[in-house]
Design a protein around this ligand. Structure first.
Ligand SMILES: Nc1ncnc2c1ncn2[C@@H]1O[C@H](COP(=O)(O)OP(=O)(O)O)[C@@H](O)[C@H]1O
Ligand SMILES: [Mg+2]
Length: 592
């Protein structure tokens, strides 16, 4: 027996799911009590009806009939009340448990290191936190407790039937093994169909999420038709999976009908035969009673298959959700240092870094940046510029060497502290569908409006923000994305500035804006870089020339390092790059 239940439900997993109803123990206990009550109360109605038939109707005792009707009414009200509370409680239980679980999962996901997201489709994570959660809630609202209730109901009804008339019970229950067999076959078939449905839902979510996010690419390249066809395909598979599961139902339900009809036939045949042969041995009331019992018996047995699947789907969902929870890919946070203020000197000491295995994208990198100075990273696409800054705030962990800030290994700082002291402005600005104010503060209550306005003035963005309807309370998603790329970029500069970081990192922060806006932003950048250590990655050499130090990267290695003048004199890689930029503008550089 334990082997069977072990196969069908994973007990360890179920225990873990049950951890989440601990805070709602009372609700759970009440739900179970109501389940038991409902099962016990169920046979009362047939008993009363059978009794009424035999004692009052066939004997013509009408005042008694009225009493019995009243009793029935009270019973019905009681059952309705119980049913109502039961549904309410089980649903509350499921949704409350899942609410907590969802918060846990969201919290966990937001702490995972970026590498995890490199390999995990976002749509899949959305499925985990939304629809998989729904299946877990149903463990409580539709699955487990209902199964307990139904099994109890079957036991009670069978017990009462045997107690009322055991020969009649045996006769009508003869086809039940057939029903149990059919149910078991159906349950297995529908399980695989359900699993397929869940997989296709996840595929749909992933596809939709990626294609809506990438809608501009699809439209730019006029790929709507091809993408449409792919979508039709995925959609078709989702439909087929649903139809397959419905097909099983369409077979199963008539089978159940047939079996219950056989039982009913046996009841009428045996009952009437006995009444005719020995009129006193069986009363018509009991036949009516048994007709009702059969209805009450077949419904739970038929639904058991469904509820079992609901339970199993919930378990599958739970397994997937727990797998996300068990992903041990948060960046280790063992550092404790959080000094009042970082000076901001940076040193890389023989740093080796690979995203995957031994495919090193940074090789033996060593350089120093004094506090308050600016270093510029230069190199072809893929040279490793972004990787260099990704490892500074520990978005990715290095394999060899040390990175130190103010002479201390970055792992020794408390992680949030380290990250809040390094502000990064990227080329692509991400704005949340929220107000400008919240997009700047990222909901940090410590940052006050005055600071935001002050920062906005410093980067020269205050005027355009003040002109928006609602000013800083303007919702950036309302009426379409109305902010220009340059304006969005300015907002990301304010975001960096209000956190007053000691270290500022700009990764091609101005390459998506036009020259005019860039000049505007240039002013913002100079304000930002004042009194801070800065790492700047830029396409345009004009931005780079002013840096205290220029680092030329090629295929993950340092080629040259020095000031603009020094590197020009070196007449190497940087000089070529410099000449190329000026050639492209049409100025002839001296032949070399
Ligand atoms: N998330 C990632 N996972 C695996 N490889 C990556 C990832 N990001 C970048 N790379 C690889 O690392 C190398 C350096 O990339 P990157 O630092 O982004 O270059 P740059 O910023 O100089 O253009 C490239 O070969 C790139 O393919
Ligand atoms: Mg880059």
């Amino acid at each position: 027996m334990s082997k069977i239940t072990g196969d069908v439900i994973n007990v360890g997993l179920l225990k873990r799911v049950f951890q989440y109803i601990r805070p709602y123990k009372n609700t759970f206990v009440w739900a179970v009590i109501l389940t038991i009550l409902l099962a016990v109360v169920a046979p009362l109605r047939p008993i009363i009806i059978g009794y009424t038939l035999d004692q009052y109707i066939f004997t013509g005792n009408y005042p008694g009939l009225l009493n019995m009707t009243l009793l029935m009414l009270i019973l019905l009200l009681l059952q309705t009340g119980l049913q109502y509370s039961h549904t309410l409680l089980t649903n509350t239980l499921g949704q409350s448990a899942v609410k907590d679980l969802r918060i846990n999962v969201f919290n966990h996901i937001t702490k995972l290191r970026l590498k995890y997201f490199d390999n995990t489709p976002i749509g899949q994570l959305i499925t985990r936190t939304v629809s998989d959660m729904e299946t877990i809630a149903e463990i409580f609202s539709e699955g487990l407790i209902m199964i307990i209730g139904d099994v109890l109901m079957v036991i009670v009804i069978v017990g009462v039937m045997i107690a009322r008339d055991w020969t009649l019970a045996v006769v009508v229950l003869l086809p039940v093994p057939l029903l149990i067999m059919a149910t078991s076959v159906f349950q297995k078939a529908i399980k695989s169909a359900f699993q397929e449905i869940r997989t296709e839902v996840s595929n749909l979510n992933t596809y939709l999420q990626e294609h809506i996010t990438g809608i501009s690419i699809i439209q730019y390249f006029a790929r709507e038709n091809q993408e449409y066809k792919k979508f039709v395909n995925i959609n078709g598979r989702y439909r087929d999976a649903n139809i397959r599961s419905n097909w099983y139902y369409s077979i199963f339900f008539p089978v159940v009908e047939a079996i219950s009809a056989i039982s009913m036939g046996l009841l009428i045949w045996y009952g009437s035969k006995t009444i005719l042969a020995h009129p006193s041995s069986i009363k018509p009331g009991i036949i009516t009673e048994f007709i009702m019992y059969l209805g009450m018996l077949f419904r739970p047995i038929r639904e058991l298959a469904d509820k079992f699947n609901t339970l199993q789907m919930g378990m599958v969902g739970a397994e997937r959700v727990f797998k996300v929870l068990d992903t041990n890919e948060a960046t280790e946070n063992n550092g404790t240092l959080a000094p009042d203020k970082l000076k901001g000197s940076i040193s890389f000491e023989k740093v080796w870094f690979a995203y995957n295995n031994d495919k090193f994208v940074l090789k033996d990198l060593s350089f120093n940046v004094e506090a308050g100075k600016t270093i510029a990273l230069v190199g072809a696409t893929g040279a490793g510029k972004s990787s260099t800054i990704n490892i500074l705030n520990r978005f990715y962990e290095i394999q060899k060497g040390e990175i130190k800030v103010d002479g201390v290994r970055i792992q020794d700082y408390e992680l949030d502290y380290l990250r809040s002291n390094i502000a990064t402005v990227l080329q692509d600005v991400f704005l949340f569908s929220d107000t400008i104010f919240n997009n700047i503060t990222l909901n940090n209550p410590d940052i006050k409006m005055e600071q935001v306005v002050d920062a906005a003035k410093k980067v020269g963005a205050h005027e355009f923000i003040a002109r928006l309807p609602g000013g800083y309370q303007y919702n950036v998603m309302e009426r379409g994305a109305t902010l220009s790329a340059g304006q969005a970029q300015l907002i990301s500069f304010i975001r960096a500035l209000v956190y007053n970081p000691s270290i500022l990192v700009l990764d091609e922060a101005t390459s998506s804006v036009d020259t005019e806006t860039e000049m505007l932003i240039q002013h913002a950048i100079e304000n930002l870089m004042r009194d801070r250590t800065s790492i700047v990655i830029a396409h345009r050499l004009s931005t780079i020339q002013k840096a205290d130090q220029i680092l030329v990267l090629d295929k993950g290695e340092i080629k040259e390092i020095g000031t603009h003048q020094e590197l020009l004199k070196l007449d190497g890689y940087y000089k070529k790059l410099y000449d190329l930029q000026f050639n492209s503008v049409g100025i002839n550089s001296p032949p070399n």
